[in-house]
Design a protein around this ligand. Structure first.
Ligand code: ADE
Length: 375
């Protein structure tokens, strides 16, 4: 394996006199053999594929929406959001024409909002530069905001059957085990080797089913802990299983420790509505939640919260509620202390401040705001 993979990547990067024959020879050296793997895995997939909503379509826009959501969100959660998002923005054109706060509102609760902003920007570029049609050309598609190697492979293979590989956590685990490859997708060198392998395996025709079959096996059978090897259609071809060492693959790579953040927010209510402020900064820009502050050292929590409120023009009498909630976003573990506030002077709504009826919010809320208003 070790010597096969570098020669494959050479085939992809240098123009040799006949690169396809290099790839063909390298493929022939792979073990298990790609043809046998494909036959068995695709036959299994056709019988066992879960009927997920995005599987009934070849519309590249719908597939793009699903793949964008699925990158950081579980299938079960994605299902409902996907349907609601497409009910709201049924075509790429309708998304391109939407206001960004409506797009964020439809994404609200899914997290990783940059995905929604990119999708929205990219839809506008497709309308402007590609006559509203998702480009089939890999380079043109990949040039769009938010489209990386995975999204490019997933959308163009599932929509147009283009022979492009995909590699996500599920596919990486399946390949690492099948080929007993000591490579983890979170490690850059491991990811390079896995991509090279995934590209060597993708068929010229039928990439659509092959890629989905790999993902499905990883999601339902070749799962991280306690894989269901007896239900696996390619168990007889699996090198990790032949070695009796399935749990040794893929190798474990230490996760980055989450950053601990302490935050305080003020819950200020009036006539059944809650005061919300527009968040700034890279992660939550444009989303709304009760005004608050990430706490530093030094001044008391009360003083820091008062100062943060003053900065947006709110003067309030504050009382600790004694309650706090733990909240996780991206790589941060946030402990949020909840305070109650009574305005001392009238609050004037502005571009960064408004009263929101939590049940009928017309602005996109952060996941924290949704949690706080549900309790
Ligand atoms: N995860 C990422 N893409 C997927 C897809 N198309 N189907 C199921 N799970 C997925």
């Amino acid at each position: 394996m070790r010597d096969v993979l570098p020669s494959l990547s050479a085939a992809g990067t240098h123009s040799t006199s006949d690169p396809s024959s290099v790839a063909r020879r390298a493929r022939a050296a792979l073990h298990p053999a790609p043809a046998a793997l494909r036959r068995r895995l695709i036959a299994w997939y056709r019988r066992n594929a879960r009927p997920l909503p995005w599987r009934g379509t070849r519309d590249p826009y719908r597939i793009w929406v699903s793949e964008t959501m699925l990158q950081q969100t579980r299938v079960a959660t994605t299902r409902d959001y996907y349907k609601a998002f497409l009910a709201r923005f049924p075509t790429l054109d309708s998304l391109a024409r939407a206001r960004s706060q409506d797009v964020l509102a439809a994404w609200s609760g899914l997290g990783y909002y940059r995905r929604a902003r990119h999708l929205h920007d990219a839809a506008r570029v497709v309308v402007r530069d590609h006559a509203g049609r998702v480009p089939r050309d890999p380079a043109a598609f990949r040039a769009l905001a938010g489209v990386g190697r995975y999204t490019m492979g997933a959308v163009l293979s599932l929509a147009f059957d283009r022979p492009l590989a995909v590699l996500d956590g599920n596919v990486a685990r399946v390949l690492s085990r099948l080929f007993a490859l000591r490579a983890a997708v979170r490690d850059p060198r491991g990811a390079r080797r896995l991509w090279t392998l995934a590209e060597a395996l993708v068929p010229e025709r039928g990439a659509r089913d092959w890629n989905q079959a790999l993902m499905e096996l990883g999601a339902t059978v070749c799962v991280p802990r306690a894989p269901r090897c007896t239900a696996c259609p390619v168990r007889a071809l699996c090198r990790a299983r032949a070695m009796g060492r399935v749990s040794a693959f893929p190798p474990v790579v230490a996760r980055r420790a989450p950053v601990e953040v302490r935050r305080a927010v003020a819950l200020i209510a009036r006539d059944g509505r809650l005061l919300m402020a527009r968040r700034e900064g890279p992660l939550l820009e444009g989303l709304w939640e009760p005004p608050g502050v990430d706490l530093g050292r030094g001044a008391s929590v009360r003083a820091q919260l008062e100062a943060a409120l003053a900065r947006i023009g709110v003067r309030a009498r504050l009382k600790p509620s004694g309650r706090s909630v733990r909240h996780v976003i991206t790589h941060s573990q946030i402990t949020v202390a909840l305070w109650r506030g009574e305005p001392v002077t009238p609050v004037s709504p502005s571009a960064r401040l408004r009263w929101v009826d939590p049940g009928r919010a017309r602005v996109p809320l952060t996941a924290l705001a949704r949690r706080l208003t549900a309790v």
